[in-house]
Design a protein. Structure first.
Length: 358
């Protein structure tokens, strides 16, 4: 099954009839990409408002994560399992330096799923992802911690916290640094192919306090989920390969759970290669690289992924050819391109071996 088929097959069962599981977690993490500019209404009511404001004809022009979220919402709004769940504490903060979005789902009177959104099409969000490699906390991480503290300090509800992509990182960080009274109420933390955390955070006392409650799920061809650092993960089967496996609509479900799989050679190489690249440069060098890269984006008036697709050659040429760019930045860019090339050589080698095996 896909997650859509899971919704249609198990949607007739309420969460009391069939317990919340890892697939439900991914479904709610997908929904946080949507603008729910409403509070204390059911998911069905929110969906009706959303689709009245966002006609279906615009779906194909959105990024993959948002297209997937729209399809998830279309399916969930019809099913007993999801349609009457209340949406609470929706929050969105978009600035030139941060992209943060979160929403909570009242699963039962005493149980809430807190969902942090991944990065959308805005370059400000992608810049924040890069900055995570050398700075803690970034603004989205501060906002995630504040979100838990503000909304759940005086609540007696148990919490499940999750997110996809960058949202997975925010789920872990918010749980690590929330007030201890709230942390005790957290029963599970899901990172769904989420960015890892820094080595310092992974080795910290705060992480040790939540470690046993963290469930990191990555597809067998993961890229994003292997960036930065993690101590363990559950590998599942995806029908997509390389970066396309990041989309949850490709994750395979059987009997209400994701299908286990071994990590591909491609992903093993990705994880090791980017770890080497990150370890090779110190904090100040990483900072220079990110600041230079995104200064170029600003000079070229790149504000979204669509702008970047049109001007990506200009970005690399501008960095490599500029006399004002530090030599270490140029070297880091060349090393990054070499690293990506090495990963995709392994990908093609892996695919060739699979075809021969068939």
């Amino acid at each position: 099954m896909t997650i859509y088929q899971y919704i249609r097959t198990y949607g007739k069962y309420t969460l009391k009839e069939k317990e919340f599981n890892e697939v439900d977690n991914v479904i709610f993490s997908c929904l946080s990409y949507l603008d729910f500019e409403c509070q204390n209404i059911t998911l069905k009511e929110a969906a009706e408002i959303y689709f009245s404001k966002n006609p279906n004809k615009g779906i194909k022009y959105n990024i993959a994560a948002l297209r997937n979220a729209i399809r998830v919402l279309e399916n969930c709004m019809k099913e007993n399992r999801y349609k009457d769940i209340k949406i609470i504490h929706y929050k969105k903060v978009y600035t030139k330096k941060t992209q943060f979005q979160a929403v909570s789902f009242l699963l039962d009177t005493d149980l809430v799923y807190v969902s942090f959104s991944g990065t959308n099409h805005l370059i400000s969000g992608w810049e924040e992802d890069f900055v995570m490699a050398y700075r803690f906390p970034v603004e989205a991480q501060r906002l995630a911690i504040y979100y838990l503290n503000k909304n759940y300090l005086f609540s007696n509800q148990k919490l499940i916290i999750g997110g996809h992509s960058k949202g997975g990182n925010l789920a872990i960080i918010s749980a690590m640094y929330t007030i201890s009274f709230i942390r005790k109420k957290i029963i599970r933390i899901y990172s769904n192919d989420g960015l890892g955390i820094t080595k310092e955070q992974l080795e910290s006392i705060n992480y040790q306090k939540i470690k046993n409650r963290v469930v990191k799920i990555i597809p067998d061809y993961s890229v994003v989920g292997l960036l930065l650092f993690s101590d363990s993960y559950k590998v599942i089967q995806s029908t997509n390969k390389s970066i396309l496996s990041h989309n949850p609509n490709s994750w395979k479900v059987e009997r209400g759970h994701f299908i286990d799989k071994n990590l591909s050679n491609f992903s093993i190489i990705v994880g090791k290669s980017f770890e080497v690249w990150l370890d090779k440069y110190d904090r100040e060098e990483k900072k220079k690289f990110v600041e230079c890269l995104f200064d170029v984006f600003r000079k070229l008036e790149i504000e979204s992924l669509n702008d970047f697709k049109q001007k990506k050659k200009l970005v690399f040429n501008m960095i490599i050819e500029s006399r004002n760019v530090d030599d270490i930045v140029k070297q880091m860019l060349k090393d990054l391109v070499d690293t990506i090339g090495k990963c995709y050589l392994e990908y093609h080698k892996d695919q060739k071996a699979r075809r021969k095996g068939k």
